[in-house]
Design a protein around this ligand. Structure first.
Ligand code: NAP
Ligand code: GLV
Ligand code: GLV
Length: 316
């Protein structure tokens, strides 16, 4: 049976698939595959391995007549029309858990970078401006005793909260379901979204992108943020109305924002790049050697499991 991979992955993926006697091929260029190329190259595939940047819509699915599984190399799967795939008896799988710690680590790194003005400091030293210790040089905010608001207390949201708790922060969260163990273990308190935005010093977004979460943070509720607030997003850009957030940053209505994801990825709003109180990263939440190798193994396990047993290891 044939497996098509839309871009080269850590080699463990192909090795594992081939060891299971599958005929594997991947897109041969080091760039994103186009829709036309994908349809042409994957037309006789029994399994398709996709990236979060591949938009798998009805047209593509209609052109995969033999496909039994679409295995996404990501935990988020908003890039795939899962309802239509299901109607065609295609199993969709993702890569949960194994990238949770890496993504939570990055969220804390972004928050520290914003609160301690790390990029400004780095730029200053490289520009040859460091001429000695100063009482007022690059003052930021400390973590201890601050309120940390988690929007979306799932795997990554909770893992980020554990880290914030270790830094001495008080944890509040907004989520559709109550997380009782999380509340007990981290002394976390469930609040409404407005309450969270009004009272948090640091806010970290960890919701999946769905029709319900699109622009959940918008013109009306972003106004509730405190003047010293730092908001970071390592989930999906579309959860926050980026233009409205930029307006607040431009007029210093909040302290800073950190972005790993964007509304129109990979395009970046030019206004963002002009702002000093913003940190911009290229969607690297899960970009550790450990997480990417584990994702490569899991994506292959999902393909093998569906082709052999008609069931994914981690179906969505
Ligand atoms: P998860 O465990 O499924 O957590 C998502 C949380 O959001 C759950 O607690 C869920 O509540 C809650 N939720 C979903 N829809 C909601 C709604 N409409 N209102 C309120 N709460 C809602 O997912 P995860 O593994 O933590 O990953 C979260 C997201 O992070 C992924 O979907 C992905 O987009 C993003 N991500 C980004 C990177 C990166 O590179 N920057 C890396 C990994 C993941 P319930 O428990 O009640 O369902
Ligand atoms: C990364 O953004 C993922 O969803 O795994
Ligand atoms: C700073 O370097 C200090 O010693 O306080």
């Amino acid at each position: 049976m044939k497996v098509y991979i839309t871009r080269k992955l850590p080699e463990i993926a192909e090795k594992h698939l081939k060891a299971n006697k599958l005929d594997v091929s991947s897109f041969k260029y080091d760039r994103a595959i186009s829709k036309k190329e994908l349809i042409k190259n994957a037309k006789d595939a029994d399994a398709l391995i996709t990236l979060l940047s591949d938009k798998i819509d009805k047209e593509i699915i209609d052109n995969l007549p033999k496909c039994k599984v679409i295995a996404n190399y990501a935990v988020g799967y908003n890039n795939i029309d899962t309802v239509y795939a299901k109607s065609k008896n295609i199993v969709v799988t993702n890569t949960p858990d194994i990238l949770t710690d890496s993504t939570a680590d990055l969220a804390m790194a972004i928050l520290l970078t914003c609160s301690r003005r790390i990029i400004e400091g780095e730029t200053y030293v490289r520009a040859g401006k460091f001429d000695g210790w100063k009482p007022n040089l690059l003052l930021g905010y400390e973590f201890r005793n601050k309120t940390f608001g988690i929007i979306g207390a799932g795997r990554i949201g909770q893992a980020t909260a554990v880290r914030a708790k270790a830094f001495g922060m008080k944890i509040i969260y907004y989520n559709r379901s109550q997380k009782e163990n999380f509340e007990k273990e981290q002394n976390a308190k469930k609040v409404s979204l407005n309450q969270l935005l009004k009272t948090s010093d640091f806010i970290s977004v960890h919701l999946p992108l769905t029709p319900q979460t699109f622009h959940l943070l918008n013109k009306e509720n972003l106004k509730l943020l405190k003047k010293n607030a730092i908001i970071i997003n390592t989930a999906r850009g579309e959860v926050v109305d980026e233009n409205e957030l930029i307006k607040l940053l431009k007029t210093n209505k909040i302290y800073a924002a950190g972005f790993d994801v964007y509304e129109n990825e990979p395009a970046i709003n030019k206004e963002l790049l002009k702002l000093k109180n913003v940190l911009v990263l290229p969607h690297i939440g899960s970009a550790t050697i450990e997480a990417r190798n584990a994702m490569a193994k899991l994506v292959a396990d999902n393909v093998i499991s569906v082709l052999k047993h008609k069931k994914g290891v981690t179906p969505v």
